[in-house]
Design a binder for this molecule. Structure first.
Ligand code: FES
Length: 463
């Protein structure tokens, strides 16, 4: 049964019994989920009144409630400030190749957390606009594993329907549509249950390069190295050159590819959510007031120049680099008490989380070098992709050991390369052919199966 949910004075229809954080997201108000909806970070707190219940008091009076633990029981009103909303990075506003086709082309980058849909004029190749939204499947689990588990228990339909309701609104006027994303997201989008990825031998029923319901799905490399890595590699152009190059998409799942001697060595490393500002005491997505940079002199910079309220990924990496240079963090990550940046605390537990994440990425790079027989100094270019890859200071990334120091001066930051690579395929058959070639030249390296994994990971925990 539906009811009226009023947000900031405007009425929206919401389903009775739905969680406030999900209903707000459906209405276009994407709230921060700092703890993934566990009710412990307080970042989704909003002022409400009316028919809501959160198990604390259900008198309908005006008070702050955690939207992730509040259920809509009837007509109600909430007030959401700009600060409570999540910012989603949009892709580079770059044109694609013109074509003989007339109409609109859409490329959708389906991330586990966010979805970005970009529109292009097919004839001129001109970029028109982008829309970013939260992946509505978040209500069924925060990460890929929980979506797979949900699919095993409940089937793929609820996951697919939630996603399609959001994407189809954006692509309704398009003549051509391409989806990119990790293998699980593409399986769900095409209506295939991702359940096989949740049990040995973890094999995807398809690796795509196919069309379903008028939508083209680019090829994936492996169950855990998806089309988003392929389209990011395509956008970088690295496989059309003869030199040696490394591409790293730094995020919750760090996907890395090494191009050498006509072969592509690929791996996927679970870095956890700290680069997205989650799982650390004062972490935040890159919203206004997020500390996104710390200078060598300790100067603090924030998004929008607003008062500092927490660390986003790039700020966390800079802060750790600064404290290392001051000797306030020791080689093993220990600290003599917390440190403060414009009054915002960074504690030893945060540094520990960061160590785990940076070691995951660094270990992926080290093992790809081992499997390819390439020495780090022989790499000509390091491409950093994804939202954080574009924002991180390469100097701090090298100082903390996230990337090898030899590559600091060879770094090229690409922005949302996965989305742009998918867009290239809208008008260029040669781009599709190159994506197939990328997959055919790829060799997936299973990090956990490598005998050296534990030793290398432990070494990389150190600064
Ligand atoms: S308390 Fe709601 S997302 Fe953390």
């Amino acid at each position: 049964m539906n009811c009226i949910l009023t947000i900031n004075g405007r009425g929206y229809t919401a389903e009775r019994g739905s969680l406030l954080i999900d209903a707000a997201s459906d209405a276009g108000f994407v709230l921060c989920r700092g703890c993934g909806g566990k009710g412990i970070c307080g970042k989704c707190s909003v002022l409400c009144y009316g028919r809501l219940h959160d198990g604390i008091s259900d008198d309908g009076g005006e008070r702050y409630r955690l939207a992730c633990h509040t259920v809509i029981d009837g007509d109600c009103s909430v007030y959401i400030t700009k600060d409570a909303l999540t910012a989603i990075a949009l892709p580079t506003q770059k044109d694609i190749k013109p074509s003989g086709d007339v109409g609109i082309g859409c490329a959708a980058d389906i991330g586990t957390t966010t979805v970005v849909v970009s529109k292009y004029d097919l004839k001129s190749g001109k970029y028109i606009s982008s829309t970013a939204l939260e992946n509505p499947q978040r209500r069924y689990g925060a990460d890929v594993i929980s979506r797979i588990e949900y699919g095993i228990k409940n089937g793929v339909e609820p996951l697919k329907d939630a996603l399609m309701q959001a994407i189809c609104k954006e692509t309704a006027d398009a003549q051509k549509v391409i989806y990119t994303g990790n293998t699980t997201m593409l399986l769900i989008a095409s209506g295939i249950n991702p359940a096989p990825l949740g049990a040995s031998p973890y094999t995807s029923p398809t690796l795509f390069d196919s069309e379903t319901d008028g939508v083209y799905y680019p090829p994936c490399i492996h169950s855990f190295a998806g089309a988003d890595l392929v389209t990011a590699i395509l956008a970088s152009g690295m496989t059309s050159k003869t030199n040696t190059a490394l591409l790293c998409d730094i995020g919750t799942n760090g996907e890395t590819a090494l191009w050498h001697g006509g072969r592509l060595y690929v791996c996927s490393a679970a870095a956890g959510p700290c680069f997205e500002g989650y799982g650390i005491k004062n972490g935040t997505p890159a919203i206004d007031g997020a500390i996104n940079a710390v200078g060598e002199d300790g100067m603090v910079y924030t998004v929008g120049g607003k008062p500092a309220k927490g660390f986003c990924g790039s700020g966390l990496i800079d802060a750790a680099a600064y404290l290392l240079s001051k000797g306030a963090i020791k080689q093993d990550g220990s600290m003599n008490g917390s440190q403060y940046f414009d009054g915002v605390e960074l504690c030893e537990g945060d540094v520990r989380e960061f160590q785990l994440a940076k070691s995951a990425i660094a270990t992926g790079i080290a093992l790809l070098l081992k499997h390819s027989g390439v020495a780090v100094q022989d790499i000509d270019t390091l491409y950093l992709a994804g939202g954080l890859g574009s924002a991180v200071n390469p100097c701090s990334a090298a100082r903390t050991g996230l990337i090898p120091s030899e590559l600091q001066a060879k770094t090229v930051q690409l922005g949302n390369a996965a989305a742009y690579g998918a867009a290239m395929m809208l008008t260029d058959e040669a781009a599709k052919a190159e994506a197939r070639r990328i997959v055919s030249l790829s060799r997936y390296v299973d990090l956990a199966a490598d005998d050296d994994f534990t030793d290398v990971f432990t070494d990389n925990l150190l600064f």
